[in-house]
Design a protein around this ligand. Sequence first.
Ligand code: G3P
Length: 229
Amino acid sequence: MLMLIDYANVQAIQETLTYLPVDGVTTNPTILYREGKEPLELLHQIQEVLPEGAQLHVQLVSERAAGMVEEAKALRSEIPGNLFVKLPVTREGFAAIPRIVAEGIQVTATGIHSSMQGFMAAKAGARYVAPYVNRMDNFGIDGVRVATEIHRTLKSYGMETDVLAASFKNSEQVLELVRQGVGAITAAPEVLAALIKNPATDAAIAEQNRHFEILVGERRTWKDIIETR
Ligand code: G3P
């Protein structure tokens, strides 16, 4: 299971990398727009802080298949490393997927709002298919159920394509897809942070440490005890 950061703020990415086992970054035009920076320069800055081999997903904006192919090739020549170009599951996007894959460029099919779109994008050759979980929920469609169904369908055919579930507003949506065994999820830093946060953990550890302080003195650690023995 891969976990990716769906965000383009370099500082937030760096901070997340210091404590969470994440495998890369996904972006889209809105995520880049929010940073208000020249987008190519920003992609390079993101790549600089990512560990070697980490994935970087960048969404194409051409509307016609031919333009998407050219745009993908341009990105490939500019961005070294583990690049995935994200293609929308429009009719033109579907036409472009096999052509871009034939160029040796990895594809993530994005904007998926149904099981049918997910399965067809996998069949077209996408390495990842990205169902928009929370956006489906907002349309009254059970996004977790759709993402799970795509995952099960792909695996029942033994396809190499994985679900890269996206568009999360809370960590329970993420956790449910982890339980279902999807290949990858991408979420904003605060949603990823919530996966490990539990006030009961903080309270339990604080109480234990208070007891140790009473025993050995304020802020003294095992290291202090050993060195002053
Ligand atoms: O990157 C695509 C997806 O994560 C969109 O998320 O939060 O705009 O619904 P959101």
